[in-house]
Design a protein. Structure first.
Length: 313
């Protein structure tokens, strides 16, 4: 199968037009039509439905789309894989992290990668655990830092570190004025939390069921930034980990205390996509992430009392 035909198929699917694909690819509309016809003949299916306004994917085309994307990503990654046999790691490494632990890991990761391996280019994304696992499974990212170990069929993973969950409030809120707060007290406060399945929320709901309590979910917000702003400016609380609120706590915009009876801890994992053999660059960045966890912990990540604990792989 000609990979160029698959590339033209993806372009037509994206643009909905043979003529626009011809312009973008620097070819003619006739050659694009012939390439798609050849692909359809090879696969014995119709890939596009013709309409008065262009073309749309057929049912068979929609089935082919993600596999064609994956095949071309694999082909594009071959030079990076072969670069592992050279003197120095080189190529693109795509890493996805959950927002709550992305900073300052990403800052140190970018700085040290540039210093050690200038020919390695990092592509960083933030996502939920579910999104990162799907990206690993689809081959859209090489490494993930996530609060749940992915399926073994999607990625290889190992524990990286664990963080204690904290009750977070505005600075003048009474419940966080003292020391650690029992879970039974936290459960009754008006909480802003992400929708399930979110790692921290699942831990909270499991403990609530164990104690026969009902969480007081005042609002469901799938944005760390908006959640922090709501807590900072209103009579609401949230449950988070130290890295995600470290800057705001240091600046005095938020206050946090540990949750006790029991302490709840969230374990984060480093996952390597399992769709292909990792390149030398991917292996180097994975090792760097592992080393940086200890480095940033020594530098005060997160703020004192936020409870980061390194985890043996």
């Amino acid at each position: 199968m000609d990979l160029r035909h698959l590339g033209l198929f993806l372009s037509v699917a994206a643009t909905g037009s043979f003529s626009r694909t011809a312009t973008l690819s620097g070819s003619t509309q006739s050659s694009v039509s012939k390439a798609i016809a050849s692909l359809e003949q090879q696969l014995a299916v119709r890939l596009f439905d013709r309409t008065g306004r262009g073309v749309t994917l057929s049912a068979a085309g929609r089935t082919l789309l993600p596999r064609a994307e994956a095949l071309l990503r694999e082909a594009d990654a071959l030079p990076e894989l072969m670069a592992g046999h050279g003197a120095r790691p080189a190529g693109l490494v795509r890493i996805a992290l959950q927002p709550s632990v992305a900073w300052p890991l990403v800052r140190e990761l970018l700085a040290q990668t540039e210093q050690r391996w200038p020919q390695v280019r990092l592509q960083v994304a933030e996502g939920t655990t579910q999104q990162i696992e799907q990206w690993l499974a689809d081959g859209q990212c090489d490494l993930g830092v996530m609060s749940r170990a992915p399926s073994a069929s999607h990625a290889d993973s190992s524990p990286l570190f664990s963080v204690a969950l904290l009750l977070v409030s505005r600075p003048d809120a009474a419940p966080t004025a003292g020391g650690p707060l029992p879970f039974s007290k936290v459960a009754g406060l008006p909480l802003v939390m992400a929708t399930a399945p979110n790692g921290g929320r699942l831990l909270m709901e499991e403990e609530a069921r164990r104690q026969g309590l009902q969480l007081n979910i005042a609002a469901e917000v799938n944005s760390g930034h908006l959640t922090k702003r709501l807590v900072e400016n209103g009579p609401l609380y949230t449950v988070s980990n130290g890295p995600s609120i470290d800057d705001e706590v240091r600046a005095g915009r938020l206050r946090a205390v540990p949750i006790c009876q029991p302490e709840l801890r969230q374990t984060f994992h480093l996952a390597l996509g399992g769709r292909r053999q990792p390149s030398a660059a991917v292996r180097c960045i994975a090792d760097l992430v592992r080393s940086l966890v200890g480095f940033v912990a020594e530098r005060g990540f997160p703020a004192p009392g936020c409870g980061l604990r390194l985890t043996e792989p």
